[in-house]
Design a protein around this ligand. Structure first.
Ligand code: PGA
Length: 250
């Protein structure tokens, strides 16, 4: 049985104090949650250590939004997977479209990061997704396939099921424009088929959806057979809306 996730990506938001307050609220709202979704949040780097001390209170996953692929070294301004592992980080978001677009991350670089995160026993959450022009030009499958094969190039087929894939169509991120459940399902199914082609046991791979997920569209999205959860940006910043997403996920 593959695992199901609701993960929050706080992006470049919240001070340490705000992060602690939000986590305390989430812990309170979700302390009796008994559903099948594993929930987690990815605060900014500066808040990770402070937030990690709340992990004992209820079970949730702590995530980082990026990391370097080397363990240590002369990489000014970077944070290594060892450092994240050291403070109890469970998952690392990699290849987010904002990192691909604003920081020039390529599939080859992302692949090294996926490798490093797996080597430290953390969960890579690998983001893939097409731009609006690519969707309109009928290139969605081609783009997603190239991202998968490039970003997983250094991963043995039997380890691919340890990676969570997040399908995040770029035109749906922060725009309020969600992919319809049917559109998302089509791509999720395609992702699973592509992973089979790469030799993975794709029935074991969790494929989650991201892009304007909110409490009022979570149910229909998670009703789809190949959607194993969601990666939430904007709506994860308010504890109440994030908790509602978790509660309403089917
Ligand atoms: P959004 O962001 O939910 O604000 O659209 C999703 C993401 O970027 O992971």
């Amino acid at each position: 049985m593959r695992k199901k996730f609701v993960l929050g990506n706080w992006k470049m938001n919240k001070t340490v104090k705000e992060s602690i307050e939000a986590v305390n609220e989430l812990v309170e709202l979700l302390k009796d949650y008994e559903g099948e979704y594993i929930w987690g949040i990815a605060p900014p780097f500066t808040s990770l250590f402070a937030v990690s001390s709340s992990k004992g209170k209820v079970r949730f996953l702590l995530g980082a939004q990026n990391c370097h692929h080397e363990k240590t070294g002369p990489y000014t301004g970077e944070v290594s997977p060892l450092m994240l592992y050291d403070i109890g980080v469970d998952f690392v978001i990699l290849g987010h479209s904002e990192r691909r677009i604003h920081f020039g991350e390529t599939d080859a670089l992302i692949s090294r990061k996926v490798r490093a995160v797996l080597d430290f026993g953390m969960i890579p959450v690998l983001c893939v997704g097409e731009r609006l022009e690519e969707r309109e030009g009928g290139a969605t499958f081609e783009v997603v396939k190239a991202q998968l094969s490039g970003s997983l190039a250094l991963i043995e087929p039997n380890l691919i099921s340890s990676v969570v894939i997040a399908y995040e169509p770029i035109w749906a991120i922060g725009t309020g424009r969600t992919a319809t459940p049917k559109t998302a399902q089509e791509v999720h199914q395609f992702i699973r088929e592509t992973l089979v082609g790469m030799g993975a046991d794709a029935s074991e791979v969790s494929v989650i959806y991201g892009g304007s997920v909110k409490p009022d569209n979570i149910r229909e999205l998670t009703e789809m057979s190949d959607i194993d959860g969601v990666l939430v940006g904007g709506a994860s910043l308010k504890p109440e809306s994030f908790a509602n997403i978790i509660h309403f996920a089917k």
